[in-house]
Design a protein around this ligand. Structure first.
Ligand code: AKB
Length: 332
């Protein structure tokens, strides 16, 4: 798409209106690289820029643009957005629940101050902004089975508090100034290729690696702790479909998305259908168990289904066979 300057014969290049230019913050966490891969297939490699404060591994460098971005540095972020003509921002920088409890001051800085920078920039530069929220945005006084989109949210972790703050700030700026803020509450996300970074649901990734290596998993949650979970493929698809949804279809700006709920015992039983010798011992850790006990056991995602057609594809059976075969493939 070319646009003529009114006073010159020159023309300047603009990205096609339907092709967003996307910046992903916190791109080297559990979700950034996979999401970038999908977005790059749809919108072109050069239109999706991954960023982080860490040095990327060579395969990430080979797969497309990567830049340094510190969400605490507003000028650095603004320069990236302006110089790269960014139109969508996916804000993945955050400290998760367990790491957050171990370092509250840092979690407050990254999850709240960093988010404020991103919100200001999105408003200033008219960006479509995606910020993930989580089952962790609920607390012991929320309805747990299922947790609806709109209900009491009084989380007891700094992670949850920062996520509720993000939901409310984004929605406020949407209502007051028209910011195109979009937020999905993710369940625990399970991926074979990337490690989660210090959350309460991490056991549900580790159990697969342990099942295939030592055959023994020591679980830090009780056997009957039920939590909402999702295969990373569903999580990426939900994010892309939600970002692409026309604004007129969105009756909310923050949606729950659901796929399945299981306990450690249930996932272990399903894994034993493939690996009968898996042994799981339970040694509940008080921090993680208390957090898990305050989170929903199931999500009500009927609004996402109705408004923009969300539908998960992986149940527990599909998740387990995919995880085992993907980890096996990576090991060979
Ligand atoms: C965590 O356990 O902290 C995260 C989450 C559910 O948001 N995986």
């Amino acid at each position: 798409r070319k646009i003529s300057r009114w006073n010159s014969q020159d023309s300047i290049d603009l990205p096609p209106a339907e092709n967003p230019r996307i910046l992903i913050t916190g791109g080297l966490g559990q979700l950034g690289v996979g999401l970038a891969e999908i977005l790059r297939k749809q919108y072109g490699t050069e239109n999706v820029i991954l960023s982080d404060i860490k040095k990327p591994p060579p395969e990430v460098c080979r797969s497309g643009p990567f830049v340094y971005a510190d969400v605490l540095d507003y000028k650095n972020l603004r320069e990236l957005v302006v110089n790269n003509r960014i139109t969508w921002l996916v804000h993945y920088s955050a400290l998760l629940s367990v790491v957050g409890e171990a370092n509250v001051a840092l979690a407050r800085k990254i999850n709240i101050t960093g988010l404020h920078n991103v919100l200001d920039l999105a408003l200033e530069s008219c960006l479509r902004l995606f910020v993930p929220s989580t089952i962790g945005a609920f607390g012991p006084s929320s309805p747990r089975d299922p947790a609806p989109d709109l209900c009491v949210q009084r989380p007891h972790t700094i992670y949850g508090v920062s996520k509720v703050h993000g939901e409310l700030m984004g929605e406020y700026l949407h209502h007051k100034y028209g910011l195109d803020f979009r937020c999905l509450r993710y369940p625990g996300v399970i991926s074979a290729n990337t490690q989660p970074g210090g959350g309460t649901t991490d056991y549900a990734v580790q159990i697969f690696h342990d099942a295939l290596s030592t055959g023994h998993h020591e679980c830090y949650l009780r056997a009957d702790t039920r939590l909402p979970m999702m295969h990373v493929g569903d999580c990426h698809r939900a994010t892309v479909e939600f970002m692409q949804a026309p604004e007129c279809q969105l009756s909310l700006r923050t949606y729950n998305i659901d796929a399945m709920s299981f306990t450690p015992e249930e996932v272990a039983t399903e894994i034993r259908k493939h690996l009968p010798h898996l042994k799981v011992t339970y040694n509940p850790d008080s921090v993680r168990q208390t957090i898990a006990d305050s989170w929903p056991v199931r999500f009500d995602d009927s609004n996402a289904r109705r408004d923009w057609g969300w539908k998960s594809t992986y149940g527990l059976e599909e998740l387990v066979s995919d995880m085992l075969s993907s980890i096996r493939d990576k090991r060979t």
